[in-house]
Design a protein around this ligand. Structure first.
Ligand code: FAD
Length: 105
């Protein structure tokens, strides 16, 4: 019988721990308190604003980094994943107006 690992929290940390646990031959159960998994990687609405930064700036898109290897192992990105090289650090939109912080500006 396989040993079981119980993971508290279905953010990217917990989800990746689950994937690595299964790959290592364990059973894994992830317990998430919210009704959807993803943790801080999720976008959410608050007071008329949509907060959705994480999906637009993924740390580890350089294939020479160990983070890229983790994303690749989890099936999130591979050698053919297109990405935009941008100097935009942060953008916020409200009522049709956009404010953007530029890297190095
Ligand atoms: C606005 C914002 C923008 C960001 N932008 C970027 C970005 O552009 N690029 C980037 O690389 N990173 C970004 N980050 C950081 C990145 O999102 C986080 O580092 C990462 O998602 C953290 O993952 P985690 O699994 O460690 O924690 P979390 O995502 O916080 O996950 C923890 C999970 O555990 C659950 N939980 C907590 N307590 C319990 C409990 N008692 N029982 C069950 N479940 C529980 C929570 O509900 C949550 O789902 C951003 C973060 C924020 C908030």
């Amino acid at each position: 019988m396989k040993k079981k690992i119980v993971i508290i929290g279905g953010g990217i940390g917990g989800l990746s721990a689950g994937i690595y646990a299964l790959r290592a031959g364990y059973d894994a159960a992830i317990y998430e308190k919210n009704h959807v998994a993803g943790g801080e990687c999720m976008g959410w609405d608050r007071k008329g604003c949509h907060i959705d930064n994480c999906i637009h700036w993924l740390t580890g898109t350089d294939s020479n980094t160990s983070v890229w290897q983790v994303w690749n192992t989890m099936g999130a990105i591979d050698e053919n994943t297109p990405y935009a090289d941008t100097n935009k650090f942060y953008s916020s939109c409200l009522n049709g107006q956009e404010a953007t912080l530029l890297e190095g500006a």
